[in-house]
Design a protein around this ligand. Sequence first.
Ligand code: FES
Length: 106
Amino acid sequence: MTKIIFQTTDGARYDIDAPNGTTAMENAVKNDVPGIEAECGGACACATCHVYVDEAWRETVGEPEPMEEDMLDFAYEPQPNSRLSCQIKVRPELDGLVLYVPEEQA
Ligand code: FES
């Protein structure tokens, strides 16, 4: 298990023990984190699982693949630290990862 933290704009914090090998999105949905809609179910085709990666974690999380990068253009207010949470695979080195849920999804 790896701890992933989702923070919403109203200040609520969701600490989730996420199984390695799952995606950050799957864990958000399973734990009812508000604001992660994930309409396409993780196919990198909707951008409604958009999150901002805490600056301290950007390097460890890594950069988006080209397909994800294209999809991020459709996200609500994309920033340099934007990622699609369905493309973030949970792994031990992400223990303590903080992800911010945007105010709204595209
Ligand atoms: Fe659709 Fe992530 S769930 S892009």
